[in-house]
Design a protein around this ligand. Structure first.
Ligand SMILES: Nc1nc2c(ncn2[C@@H]2O[C@H](COP(=O)(O)OP(=O)(O)OP(=O)(O)O)[C@@H](O)[C@H]2O)c(=O)[nH]1
Ligand SMILES: [Mg+2]
Length: 294
């Protein structure tokens, strides 16, 4: 237990493969006709790649919002509406059922028709459209591809870094798509954003301080959804400056005990993290529209 951890946890994660992915994306960018920017509906601000404009500037873009089934629409929708007001094409999808995935294909075909119209004017033959998928780790890029193709063509998993390389996949008779590993950027200026990404498994668990992450999750959940935390753990209140006493109560209630029946903090942290990742607190969104400028 370290009471200073809440202030101390600093996250930085920019492994070499992300820099390599960015380099390869830049090299291939001239081949690309449309970009699918994939974000997680539970963090529609925090999961956007901050410098994506520099990477893909000028290309037509669709903002694909995955895990819409898991988000709190009351807070996610206003953020998505603000993107639409900026002229961005936004497509929320539920990838476990495939809901709304066909909209991506229709929007892509529109771009393809424009492209082939221009090619025709230049006396060139029509061709397939080439899309690049890009997004933070674990956003659901590979799941989206499998949905678009209608079968498992690429590996998925609920952890960051599942996709290792860039690779072309034909997702439709007229659409070729370049799958890519999740990327972030060299330094998190905004640690709150980093912690939100970490809460939803976009950052490699091994580099995280579990206690610090649990403290952050409790802190932000008490800010946005206090009643859900209190109800789940049968607490009347939760003092963020004295989390230890709440950890003890949770340990007793849930049997997270070590030898001699003493509270086992590691078990409590694991339990809270698992509850959060399993969606036991209901639909959550950890970004708010007014924080956009932060
Ligand atoms: N409930 C729900 N789960 C989803 C949705 N989309 C993706 N997932 C889950 O999210 C996890 C991550 O999906 P992946 O497709 O592997 O993510 P990725 O973006 O390819 O990840 P990396 O390759 O690691 O960057 C998997 O456990 C998926 O089942 C969705 O719309 N709803
Ligand atoms: Mg992947």
């Amino acid at each position: 237990m370290n009471d200073n951890n809440r202030q101390n946890m600093i996250i930085n994660w920019y492994p070499g493969h992300m820099a390599k992915t960015r380099r390869e994306m830049k090299e291939k960018m001239s081949l690309i006709d449309i970009v699918y920017e994939v974000i997680d509906a539970r963090m529609p601000i925090s999961s956007r790649i901050i410098d994506l404009d520099d990477l893909v500037h000028g290309k037509p873009r669709i903002l694909v919002v995955t895990k819409y089934d898991l988000c709190d629409k009351i807070y996610t929708d206003p953020i998505l509406n603000s993107y639409k007001e900026q002229g961005i094409k936004v497509v929320p999808v539920e990838l476990l059922t495939g809901k709304n995935v066909s909209t991506i294909v229709s929007l892509t075909k529109e771009v393809m028709q424009d492209m082939n119209e221009k090619r025709k004017q230049k006396g060139m033959k029509p061709r397939s459209v080439r899309a690049l998928i890009v997004g933070s780790p674990n956003a659901g890029k590979s799941t989206l591809i499998n949905r678009l193709v209608g079968k498992k063509v690429t590996q998925i998993g609920d952890r960051p870094g599942v996709t290792k390389n860039l690779g072309w996949i034909r997702i439709h008779k007229d659409i070729e798509l370049l799958d890519s590993p999740g990327i972030l950027w060299p330094k998190f200026e905004n640690q709150r954003q980093a912690k939100i990404l970490a809460s939803f498994s976009a950052i490699k668990e091994e580099i995280l301080d579990t206690e610090g992450l649990v403290r952050f999750i409790l802190e932000i959940m008490m800010e946005y959804y206090p009643e859900r935390i209190l109800t789940r753990y049968g607490l009347e209140s939760l003092d963020l400056d004295d989390l230890e006493s709440s950890f003890v109560k949770i340990a007793m209630k849930r049997g997270a005990l070590g030898k001699g029946g003493v509270p086992d903090y590691d078990k409590v942290y694991t339990l809270i993290l698992r509850d959060f990742k399993d969606g036991m607190f209901g639909p959550v969104t950890l970004d708010r529209l007014e924080e956009k400028e932060v």
